[in-house]
Design a protein around this ligand. Structure first.
Ligand code: GLU
Length: 427
């Protein structure tokens, strides 16, 4: 059975590169109906912190990944690593150097393997120095603990970043020393920014948490991470995790340019937002409103759902909603100064708005169709195109030059607020 693992070191937040590693191992396991295990590489007792581990696990769940057994912790397995190192000592394959135990690398041969992303890789052992198994402080080296655990867990495939490519031949030597068949390895190219430089904060953020806080849906982030390791073709570019599980083909992981592109992510996010119902978005939108300082007491879910219906199509991130809809939650909403100059400086515009307030006040029903009819009629009487009235009116009631349809906005704001705001600019 295909058995893979994700082996985070809990020394920091979940980086996009690690999230992609976890994702592809998970995808492969789920596609093959295999197992996906978690191993916590917490051998560095100084830098490891349970707080980081909790955040990593939270982020994995948020992305939609699950694992098939309780995580194992390397920090609890030091006696096993020592015992295994002593086996190699006894067999003459390792030696002591002070408190440390080192593996003797036999020179004059090659270590070869077929990487399922890079193809055949061969490294001369002359270029590999003797390897630390157990450090003088008693902790195991990464390479040694990794092999002992991967072997014990029955790991069949290892997908990880190119930063580990130089570790793999060393690990293969350990498998050989224990007369074990190594797993298959695949190394994914490191994630770069669109400019070809190593992914960094200036490309939009490096941790999963940053994207969650910005208002990206997990499905959209996962979608972009998938495209940084596997390209299923243009017609399948937008996909859910479940769809990816069905279509995934490890053999197609060959030549993908792992370039992270914030614009692409925004576009994907908009697509994933559109696929969600407003009810599904409601709790997420609420938490962004709350984080944005919008008080929600007294605001009904029904009202929020209608607002989401109206703005969903315009969102690139969930956080956009907070800014776009501020006029629905406060009277001191942000005003676009350029728009104000453009639409509210001319006396005739002010006069039009004053007249619009009179017309709207007379309406018996404040539904979009009636509001629209009143606007169009007034525009016609004043010899204006509807837009000549709509833009100044939108600015007056929302402070913005764009947004949802004016008539729907007015309905949701309610007659009283609309009249008050129109009269605020055209007394
Ligand atoms: N703890 C290692 C890392 O986070 C795991 C590498 C591996 O998958 O073997 O990079």
């Amino acid at each position: 059975m295909v058995t893979v693992r994700f082996a985070p070191s809990p020394t920091g937040y979940l980086h996009l590169g690690s999230a992609r590693t976890a994702l592809f191992n998970w995808l492969y396991a789920r596609h093959m109906e295999g197992r996906f295990l978690l191993r916590v590489e917490d051998t560095d007792q100084v830098r490891s912190d349970v707080r980081f581990l909790e955040e990593i696990l939270y982020d994995l769940r948020w992305l939609g990944l699950d694992w098939d057994s309780e995580p194992i912790y390397q920090s609890r397995r030091f006696p096993l690593y020592r015992q295994k190192a002593e086996e190699l000592l006894a067999g003459g394959k390792a030696y002591r150097e002070g408190e440390a135990i080192l593996f003797r690398v036999e020179k004059g041969r090659a270590v070869e393997y077929d990487d399922f992303i890079h193809g055949r890789i061969a490294v001369r052992t002359d270029d590999i120095k003797d390897q630390v198994l157990i450090k003088s402080d008693g902790s195991p080296s990464y390479n040694f603990a990794c092999v002992i655990d991967d072997a014990e867990l029955g790991i069949t495939h290892i997908l990880r970043g190119d930063d580990h490519i130089s570790n793999t031949p060393k690990q293969i030597l350990f498998y050989e020393a224990f007369r074990l068949v190594p797993p298959r390895f695949g190394h994914m190219p490191l994630i770069l920014g669109p400019d070809g430089a190593k992914l960094s904060k200036r490309h939009g953020g490096v941790s999963v948490e940053e994207y969650r806080n910005e208002g990206y849906l997990p499905g959209a982030l996962v979608n972009h991470l998938i495209l940084l390791g596997w390209y299923p073709g243009e017609e399948h570019e937008v996909m859910t995790l479940e769809e990816a599980v069905g279509m995934f083909d490890i053999a197609q992981m060959g030549d993908v340019q792992a370039k992270f592109d914030l614009q692409k992510l925004r576009w994907l996010n908009a697509s994933h937002i559109m696929k969600r119902t407003s009810a599904e978005l409601l709790p997420l939108i609420k938490s962004h409103l709350t984080a944005g300082g919008v008080p929600l007491s007294g605001v009904s879910d029904e009202f929020l759902l209608r607002l989401i219906d109206l703005y969903k199509i315009r969102l690139k991130t969930l956080r956009d909603f907070v800014e776009m809809t501020d006029c629905f939650f406060r009277d001191d909403f942000a005003v676009d100064e350029e728009g104000k100059k453009k639409y509210l400086a001319k006396p005739e515009n002010i006069e039009n708005i004053r007249l619009l307030a009179v017309r709207l006040e007379a309406l018996a029903s404040f539904a979009p169709a009636e509001i629209e009819a009143a606007c169009r009629q007034l525009a016609e009487e004043r010899g204006l195109k509807a837009a000549g009235l709509i833009h100044p009116a939108r600015l007056a009631i929302s402070g913005k030059t764009s947004g949802a349809g004016l008539f729907e906005m007015m309905e949701l704001l309610g007659k009283e607020k609309v009249l008050r705001r129109l009269r605020g600019v055209a007394p």
